[in-house]
Write a protein that binds this ligand. Sequence first.
Ligand code: AMP
Length: 428
Amino acid sequence: MSVTRPRGTNDVLPDQSYKWQIVEAKIREICHNFGYQELRTPIFEHTELFERGIGETTDIVEKEMYTFIDRGNRSMTLRPEGTAPVVRAFLENKLYAQAMPAKVYYLGAMFRYERPQAGRYRQFTQFGVEALGSSDPMLDVEMITLPIKVYQACGLEGFKVHINSIGCPDCRPAYRKALQDKFLAQQEAFCMTCQGRIERNPLRVLDCKVKECQSLLADIPLVTESLCKNCGDHFAQVRTYLDQLDVKYVINPKLVRGFDYYTKTVFEIIVPTLGSQNAIGGGGRYDGLVAECGGEPQPAVGFAVGLERVLLSLAQKETTVFQAPKPDLFLAQFGGATKDVAIALAHKLRDQGLWVELDYMGKSLRAQMKVANKLNCLGVIVIGEDEVAQNRAKLRKMSTSEEIEIDLNHVEQVEQAVVKLREGQVLA
Ligand code: AMP
């Protein structure tokens, strides 16, 4: 049997990769506008970073990490998320000594051993932003408005923003206890996983997708009602800023997220039409993580967006954002000296930034024209012996068959014609 790609991974084929490039370019542009700079961390880290950072009782650490022992007998893990590595890099490279807050973004592959389905993969791509060193609620709001700008720039509509506050180490223990007591009273009614969670991490129960568990959550105490003054004020300020910026949101007091490091604000952005894997982004504040990773305590906030899901949502609708790129010109020739001239001309035109195609298969002129059509080339120049002798050739606009004569030594003339081709103008 031939080798296939591993389960839960994807090949992004050339007829799709240009869409990724467009989305990635928009991400970089918007991050630039907000003043976030790229931080590239390794694909693998010491396993301990994620165990400490994400929390040992989370699904990710308990059962989803790609962990291996390297040849030096160290435990390594393919990164399942980007925040812990950013915090590690922030501390290791002393980014706190520079202008604060440290504002960074990342874009790259993450790995989780999950059960694959539409929108859920074992290798997927996240774009994330982190701001470290400030507790200003304005930053919590930037973490919501920035991904919204990315979605909008990609032409995505119909997403919903859910927000919550899950408190801090001062107020969460009391809430945790109240929740635990409530759950313990009917422990047997929960699924086996949740029965374990009730002991170790009762907030996780709120996240359970099992219907029976969900039905038991109707009259639980709500975290938003047990926040300390500091967390309550912070959450109120976040909502005020969101209102001022006219960002629509839903307060979802049962929203907790898959990591233990969150404090105060958490949020998720969902596309209801995406089915069960409908979260296209999420994040929150993690004021305790820097200290957890061994640094001086620093407040911080961030989010991550799953790009596969963004592209899946965009595939559900017509969008003008994704125009498949088209070659500018095909230089057709008859072999021999005509091929030499075509190669030289292609070389010059490519230097000018034009996308120029040639025949690599030894095809006849007729067959080359077919290829040019198939590739959606905007124009074709046919270079025969007469053309070589006279240094002149016809440039044909493929969509209308309009032709103009060009001077083969006059590259600017061809460039000017290509500008018109790209803009759909007549050539003459
Ligand atoms: P998380 O890091 O779990 O907060 O996830 C942030 C975003 O990454 C989610 O909202 C999804 O869009 C995306 N994501 C998380 N896990 C996966 C996965 N296994 N496959 C595809 N996308 C994912």
